[in-house]
Design a protein around this ligand. Structure first.
Ligand code: RP5
Length: 176
């Protein structure tokens, strides 16, 4: 049974969720994915959201761009926590998506993730954190993830001290 569900307004959103899927796989969380729009397939979206809890889902990640009402609509049909991921758009870099997701009126909350590359990743990590809120295997995996992240920064500082900022910049250039 899926514990996390990822809904996207369009398949054009999918490439921007690559890090989200990767992290969910890394944490070995069973998850389901669906493409369904609040405006193009409203009835389907409604049915999907209303039945999510019965499918075992505990957290929903909803990604949309532009007039990004999908997370809010999904949240209207379920009491599961909904994490909204604003997609970058050609309009103001996605500020339209951010504001659509962020400014939910009182009563139907949606947690707004960052626009851009970190949005999908943080949505996945936040969803796992919700699953881990009472401890258990996911809490241990999250602690390991944080340790590894810290270790990477320490290693980078060791390298920086070794070669200095000029060489470090060159190495960075090679990686980009
Ligand atoms: C939204 O409209 C989707 O979430 C997507 O970000 C945006 C554009 O969709 P497409 O026209 O690319 O299908 O509903």
């Amino acid at each position: 049974m899926p514990e996390i569900a990822v809904i996207m307004g369009s398949d054009s959103d999918m490439p921007r969720l690559a890090d989200c899927f990767e992290i969910l796989e890394k944490f070995e969380v069973p998850f389901e994915t669906v493409i369904s729009s609040a405006h193009r397939t409203p009835e389907w979206t409604k049915e999907w959201a209303k039945t999510a809890r019965d499918r075992g889902v505990k957290v929903i990640i909803a990604a949309a761009g532009g007039a990004a009402h999908l997370p809010g609509v999904v949240a209207a049909y379920t009491t599961l926590p909904v994490l909204g991921v604003p997609m970058e758009t050609s309009v103001m870099g996605g500020l339209d998506s951010v504001l659509s997701i962020l400014q939910m009126p009182s009563g139907i909350p949606v947690a707004a993730m960052p626009v851009g590359k970190s949005g999908g990743a943080n949505a996945a990590l936040f969803a796992v954190a919700i699953l881990a809120s009472r401890g258990g295997a996911y809490a241990d995996k999250l602690a390991n993830f944080r340790d590894q992240q810290t270790q990477k920064v320490i290693e980078r500082n060791v390298r920086l001290a070794e070669i200095g900022h000029r060489e470090y910049l060159k190495e960075l250039g090679g990686k980009k």
